[in-house]
Design a protein around this ligand. Structure first.
Ligand code: NAD
Length: 491
């Protein structure tokens, strides 16, 4: 990439894209970081054809698991070697704080290392025979898979798809969001350096409607793993259904976080604050609906508002910053409009509710941490994802009513529960429709723990040892052990 600035990665070759120019902008300052020509449908076609050839090449197809694992482990080493460069690049491109981007880069390296280990230790199954045969189930690569990712945590969400896809023996067409392509291109460069056969790796930034759809529709692509908005996920699901192609979709959320009457309020305030305002709220699992038991509502809300007001808003490169800018100016304007709509719906703004007025932040896409109250759970503000630093407080008295309200959403991604009563925690954790529940903590992850959404938050699972299986096809093989010909044919 260093030799071909502004290039995209097409089956291991750096080329100028044939699509429109993409201008990547630092949202902390409004400065243009770089411009590049994105991909076009014919770039996707070239990448997919070459990927199919690379995926079926015997050298890759017959590579033994421990040899493929070595490539994944080398990729992890290289990501760690370049960790600071990657973190700074991602902070410039997305506005995220360096603390976060360092963690995301670490997570990406950990993901490659985890799938190296998972691959080496994965086994096929010998299934119990019900006759004179030996039956087994084996897993094979799909061939070419598409990985389509959003702009909020690029390198970690890229790794979450690319590492298990390569471990599964596939070629990958990675399509990062057009507004934040830089760290994904840098990841592609490191995968080539790690020694993966070049044709396996493509990084194709560009408009979702053009490049993303071309990947989903391409006849060579046998699976798509998508992370992004629910509307886009629905569209991709429809396109995939036409091809009878499997898809994994990790989509939006409007997650409830529940503060019970007996909660340790020190923990609850810190956890709820982190759950909604870290990553400037641009997180699918943000705890954006904050249900508080009426007995502790007064004290909890006072403390939460005080804490939210004192969060340090600033550029991601400043070590003191807790809340960076939104990833783009367009997204910041969208958050402004959604908070205006909340006011029209009758929301009381407890704090924030406006762009930062600090002159030092005037050039960036900043928005103040915002808490709203006074809206019913069925308001648009409580039902639609804002994907910004905006939480809504909702009081509750009765646990059954709480469960009904918490589940009364199209989404089912995550849930937080703050209580000292573990029986209550267990009961609530089982009753709330969410793929992940945190009790007395929030937004903690391990690559070893499966992640998925319920309802409109997605289909399929990522992470965990079985993550590789999402990028493979299962095949059963029977070996006959009969001493005689099959009896049916006996005459
Ligand atoms: P988005 O759906 O607009 O875009 C996501 C990706 O899909 C981008 O690369 C985009 O270019 C591409 N895309 C857009 N239209 C497409 C199409 N028609 N065909 C194929 N690809 C297309 O989402 P976004 O605004 O980039 O990201 C924010 C959303 O992502 C939020 O809803 C958030 O909740 C969700 N998200 C979910 C998870 C999760 O794991 N569940 C994680 C992070 C973000």
């Amino acid at each position: 990439m260093a030799d071909a600035p502004g290039a995209i990665l097409v089956a291991g070759q750096w080329r100028q894209g044939r699509g429109p120019v993409i201008e990547t902008v630092d949202p902390a300052t409004g400065e243009v970081i770089t411009t590049l020509r994105g991909a076009r449908a014919d770039d996707v076609d070239l990448a997919a054809e070459q990927a199919a050839r690379a995926a079926s090449d015997v050298e890759w197809r017959d590579m033994l698991p421990h040899q493929r694992a070595r490539l994944l482990a080398t990729a992890a080493d290289l990501i760690e070697r370049d960790a600071e460069r990657l973190a700074r690049l991602q902070t410039r491109d997305t506005g995220k704080t360096l603390v976060e981007t360092r963690a995301l880069v670490g997570s990406a390296a950990g993901t490659f290392r985890f799938y190296a280990a998972a691959l080496e230790t994965a086994s096929s199954e010998l299934t119990p025979a019900r006759g004179p045969h030996l039956a087994m189930s084996v897993y094979e690569p799909i061939g070419v898979v598409g990985a389509i990712t959003p702009w909020n945590s690029p390198i970690a969400s890229d790794a979450q798809k690319v590492a298990p896809a390569l471990a599964g023996g596939n070629a990958v067409l990675l399509k990062p969001a057009e507004v934040t392509p830089l760290v994904s291109l840098a990841l592609g460069e490191l995968l080539l350096e790690a020694g993966f056969p070049a044709g396996l790796i493509s990084v194709l930034p560009g408009a979702g409607r053009v490049v993303g759809e071309a990947i989903v529709r391409h006849p060579r692509v046998g699976k798509v793993s998508f992370t992004g908005g629910t509307d886009t996920g629905r569209l991709i699901g429809r396109l995939a259904a036409d091809k009878v192609m499997p898809v994994t979709t990790e989509l939006g959320g409007k997650s409830p976080t529940i503060v019970c009457a007996d909660a340790d309020l020190d923990h609850a305030v810190a956890g709820v604050l982190y759950g909604i305002f870290s990553s400037t709220g641009q997180s699918c699992i943000a705890g954006s609906r904050i249900f508080v038991h009426r007995d502790v509502k007064g004290e909890f809300v006072d403390r939460l508002v005080r804490a939210a007001t004192s969060l340090r808003v600033g550029p991601g490169t400043d070590a003191a910053t807790q809340v960076g800018p939104l990833a783009t100016f367009a997204h910041r304007d969208r958050v402004v409009a959604l908070v205006d709509r909340a006011r029209e719906e009758g929301a009381r703004v407890l704090c924030g509710g406006e762009v930062a007025d600090d002159p030092a932040l005037a050039r960036g896409a900043y928005y103040l941490p915002t808490l709203l109250a006074g809206l019913p759970n069925d308001s648009k503000t409580c039902q639609e994802e804002i994907f910004g630093p905006v939480g809504v407080l909702l009081p509750f008295d009765d646990v059954d009513d709480l469960v009904e309200q918490a589940n009364d959403t199209v989404y089912g991604l995550a849930c937080g529960i703050w209580t000292r009563d573990y029986r209550q925690a267990w009961s609530l954790a089982r009753r709330i429709e969410a793929g992940t529940v945190w009790v007395n903590t929030y937004k903690q992850f391990s690559i070893a723990t499966p992640f998925s959404g319920m309802k409109a938050s997605g289909i399929g699972t990522e992470k965990g040892r079985d993550g590789i299986r999402a990028y493979q096809r299962q095949k059963s093989v029977y070996f006959g052990l009969n001493d005689e010909p099959l009896p049916w044919a006996r005459v």
